[in-house]
Design a protein around this ligand. Structure first.
Ligand SMILES: C[S@@+](CC[C@H](N)C(=O)[O-])C[C@H]1O[C@@H](n2cnc3c(N)ncnc32)[C@H](O)[C@@H]1O
Length: 137
């Protein structure tokens, strides 16, 4: 919804040694080109059908971790460092992770909040979880 978030996430991915996977859509290309202020090659996977890609990653042994406020989610402080290939799934800024993708998750992590807002900015949430998964916090 706010394409500047893709550039922010791309920079965090670079900082922690992760790749960014994003659908092959024109607005995504444009947002990444605008937001990529690193001026060096970054690891971006362009994926056709996100659900099919997620299912294939899972079948190949990756852990699929949703980032979402959910009853069964672990709190960020309790999230262990990723010891195997892990795909972190972020939700849409208006509607969160769609139900079809929730079905493909192995688990979820939430970032506790005590303020008045209902949720964090998606790039902030993704960046916090990436740092924890990478063991750099
Ligand atoms: C702005 S939020 C989406 C809020 C949306 N209204 C909903 O119903 O889910 C965008 C995404 O950021 C992530 N996010 C934001 N705050 C979070 C939190 N406190 N814990 C975990 N994930 C969060 C989730 O991936 C969420 O789908």
């Amino acid at each position: 919804m706010h394409d500047a978030n893709l550039g922010t996430l791309l920079r965090t991915c670079d900082a922690v040694g992760a790749c960014l996977a994003a659908p092959s859509l024109r607005w995504v290309d444009e947002a990444l080109a605008r937001g990529d202020t690193l001026r060096k090659p970054t690891c971006v996977h362009r994926i056709g059908d996100p659900l099919r890609w997620l299912a294939a990653e899972r079948a190949a042994g990756a852990c699929i971790l949703g980032v979402e406020l959910a009853d069964e989610a672990v709190r960020l402080a309790d999230l262990p460092v990723a010891r195997r290939r892990t795909v972190m799934v972020l939700g849409h800024e208006a509607s969160g992770i769609p139900p079809e993708a929730l079905d493909l998750l192995d688990g979820a992590v939430e970032i506790p909040m005590i303020g008045t807002g209902m949720s964090l900015n998606v790039a902030v949430a993704g960046s916090l979880v990436l740092y924890k998964l990478a063991g750099l916090l």
